[in-house]
Design a protein around this ligand. Structure first.
Ligand code: GLA
Length: 750
């Protein structure tokens, strides 16, 4: 998969999805040559430009060759100060205050498998699943060594990259930038895709023509954030969901990040991404090594679904860990939108009884069970049970669930402390703050300083104490504000710029300890919904609460947006009450259920208040979900229609089981229209030569019985070849109600 040609000095990384090529030029410089469809061999049919470009300087040793400038050549890891005026990948300040340092090629090694990253989550692989190339660059004066790592996976369309920076000199160095990768493209005929949002409105797709100059997708919040996701893609303008070329990048990191594109004077494009340089600096002492986060790069020739499926497969095979990595997830009921802070043993017991009756599998007790937390002003940090609400303690609620055959789950927000808490009174220096400045509050809470080991130990001890009781089967790990005044008491002034990254490293250390100590517990991460929905959190916790917005229509967009990078198996999705608590919308129960069935399914409403008729409907939904769960959670996911394009009025998702035998197609229409257009839905990813029978059909509950009956009869039990279903498609019947949802289940003939 990885080869180096001594004669041409070319590295060729390849599998059956892509080739990635770079070369060592003049024995020193790493120049990027090719990334795209797999090549038999790379011979350099398109030579690198050798042009005398004005205002593009020459390195001293090549002063007489005016056609050689780092400013015009495609770089593998761009450097600063030597005349490449585009975005640098590395910023190093030397003790004398200068920041110019040479990095010359110094050798390589190829390893079977993939080494782990010190202190950071990363994709993992068995020895026979991947090959890793490490290329070493050195400063000829011996002060710095940089190792670029590349891993190619057999059969997976992803390439991972990361960088190790070592101070090999005698004096301390300061890193002001340490990107995870750089890649240069020879043109800029791209659309730039990113995911933007806000609290309760995460991950909408932004797709714009890539502009000249520098554009940035970033977070400086100390978290991967609701606002921008650590994801970026460059797609050819003609690329759609099912066809066309796309290059994409997903960072395995949960803190402040930056992903920049630069279209420069000659029309080429550079992408540089990693830690946010505006939010980072690092003292590197002699002998010390700095490891950057890893980036997962995808080249797909088969459209945005091809890109997403490459991410999904890689994250499912090489990122998720533990018992639930390949396991279907339990159907839960969460009491948050059911009771908020207003619950007691009796209420929880009633929820448990009802959940068992409806066929649910996990009862989750959300916020408010500890300290004197009856609202969100208080008690974070004091993880002792509130006996006024729960006389039987956690054990009591857990027993009530377990007795009924349900698992039991508990909410924590361990990284935070309320001003009104015993913990804050005892350790006011344990929070992030600037000693001589006022503090900023978010939801009345402060952020614990996870860069300190005593704070890490405190969190591990508090959470472990409760999990050691053995009664908790699931943990929801929340994080409800971002980092401000990110300074650490006692840290030397010149090291304060390290605090945000050290916070994230501290968090990973805590998560590693806790998740390893309790391997049977299912962990779901959360940050006011999906404010830290990133690949790094998924390495520790295999699912994430996708959004605090539980409205079905909003969720169709949020979940579709999330699916560009993350597989449905990682998205928490619940049916909630109407009128919806976030937007007040009233949607049919079926629409809420079908929307939530995309992810790790659950109910988040007071199920004890449902009418008998509604309970019957829930029982039927639960039975249907259990039947389809392996296909929905473990199958291949395809977006057929997205709420980001076309009429912005429709969404359609398709799931194909692992053995390709069962196919589930969901279609949602937001608003009904007069003179309803004739609508065809074309399926995708089927075997064109195989026959598929329509086994089940769940039409929307619309007013017009005619249209209903007709569509149901026209397809039920009928069999078609895959090519017809993909080319000709199926009709969507006339719709005369808002917020409708449909489901077809097909079975492939043996
Ligand atoms: C966050 C979560 C919610 C809920 C509340 C509890 O907002 O996203 O699901 O747990 O906190 O305070």
């Amino acid at each position: 998969m990885i080869s180096f040609d001594e004669q041409t000095q070319v590295f060729h990384l390849r599998n059956d999805r892509f080739s990635y090529v770079f070369e060592v030029a003049r024995g020193r410089y790493l120049l990027h040559r090719y990334w795209g469809r797999p090549l038999r061999a790379f011979r350099g049919s398109a030579e690198l430009p050798a042009l005398d470009r004005a205002f593009s300087p020459q390195p001293e040793d090549y002063e007489n060759d005016r056609t050689f400038s780092l400013d015009v050549l495609p770089q593998e890891f761009s450097q600063q100060g030597h005349g490449d005026f585009r975005i640098p990948s590395l910023g190093v300040v030397l003790p004398d205050g200068t920041d110019v340092i040479d990095l010359f090629y110094d050798g390589y090694r190829i390893l079977r498998g993939k080494p782990g990253l010190q202190g950071l989550p990363a994709l993992y692989a068995q020895e026979d699943e991947a090959e890793t190339l490490e290329v070493t660059l050195r400063d000829p004066r011996g002060r710095l060594k940089v190792v670029l790592s590349y891993t190619v996976f057999t059969g997976d369309g992803v390439l991972t990259r990361s960088v190790r920076i070592e101070n090999t000199g005698e004096a301390p160095l300061r890193l002001k930038q340490a990107a995870s990768f750089c890649v240069d493209f020879p043109d800029h005929a791209f659309d730039r895709l990113s995911l933007y949002g806000g609290h309760a409105a995460e991950r909408s797709l932004e797709r714009c023509r890539l502009l000249r100059g520098i554009e940035e997708t970033a977070s400086a919040r100390g978290a991967s954030s609701h606002q921008q996701s650590p994801f970026l893609a460059l797609a050819r303008p003609e690329t759609g969901e099912l066809a066309g070329e796309v290059y994409a990048f997903s960072l395995i990191y949960s803190g402040s990040f930056s992903m920049k594109t630069e279209v420069e004077q000659f029309g080429t494009t550079r992408v540089v991404a990693g830690l946010n340089p505006a939010d980072f600096s690092w003292q590197l002492q002699p002998g010390e090594v700095f490891q950057t986060p890893e980036v997962v790069c995808v080249y797909a020739a088969d459209g945005l679904n091809g890109m997403s499926q490459a991410f999904h497969a890689a994250y499912r095979k090489h990122l998720l860990r533990g018992k639930y990595r390949h396991a279907v997830r339990p159907i839960l009921v969460n009491n948050w939108e059911a009771t908020y802070f207003d619950f007691d043993d009796e209420k929880m017991d009633a929820l448990a009884a009802c959940a068992a009756d409806l066929g649910l599998e996990l009862l989750v007790l959300d916020d408010g069970w500890f300290g004197h937390r009856n609202d969100d002003n208080t008690s974070l940090g004091d993880w002792a049970i509130n006996r006024e609400k729960l006389k039987g303690g956690i054990e009591g609620v857990a027993a009530s669930a377990h007795r009924r055959g349900l698992k039991f789950g508990l909410w924590f927000e361990p990284e935070m402390v309320s001003k009104d808490s015993a913990l804050y009174r005892a350790h006011p220096d344990w929070v992030l703050r600037a000693p001589d400045a006022p503090m900023s509050f978010g939801r009345h809470q402060l952020v614990l300083d996870l860069s300190r080991t005593e704070v890490q130990d405190y969190i591990v001890a508090c959470v472990s104490k409760i999990l050691e009781t053995g009664v908790v089967d699931y943990v929801k790990w929340d994080f409800n504000r971002h980092l401000t005044e990110a300074f650490s008491a006692g840290r030397a002034p010149e090291r304060q710029g390290e605090t945000k990254h050290r916070y994230v490293l501290g968090l990973y250390a805590v998560l590693e300890r806790i998740t390893q100590a309790f391997p049977d517990v299912l962990f779901e991460s959360c940050s006011g919904g999906g404010g830290r929905f990133d690949a790094a959190m998924l390495y520790y916790m295999p699912q994430t609460w996708t959004s605090d917005d539980t409205d079905a229509v909003c969720r169709q967009a949020i979940q579709t947006g999330t699916s560009y990078v993350f597989p449905p198996l990682t998205m928490g999705a619940h049916v909630s009450v109407v009128p919806n608590h976030q937007v007040g919308r009233v949607t049919p129960m079926q629409t809420r259920a079908f929307t939530a069935m995309m992810g790790c399914y659950g109910y988040e409403l007071d199920i004890t208040q449902l009418s008998e008729e509604e309970k019957q409907e829930v029982r039927a939904q639960v039975a249907l979900y259990k039947r389809l769960r392996p296909t929905l959670q473990l199958g291949t996911f395809t977006r057929l229609l997205t709420p980001f394009d076309g009429t912005k009025n429709e969404t359609a998702w398709m799931f194909k089981s692992e053995d390709a035998r069962e196919v589930a197609v969901f279609y949602f229409k937001t608003l009904a229209e007069p003179a309803t257009p004739i609508r065809r839905l074309r399926l995708a990813g089927l075997d064109p030569d195989a026959r598929y029978t329509f086994r089940e059909y769940y039409p929307a509950q619309t007013l017009s019985h005619d249209s209903l009956g007709m569509a149901r009869q026209s397809l039920a039990g009928k069999t078609f070849y895959g090519d017809e279903l993909m080319q000709e498609g199926i009709n969507i019947e006339k719709i005369d109600a808002d917020f409708t949802a449909y489901l077809w289940v097909l079975e492939k003939k043996a």
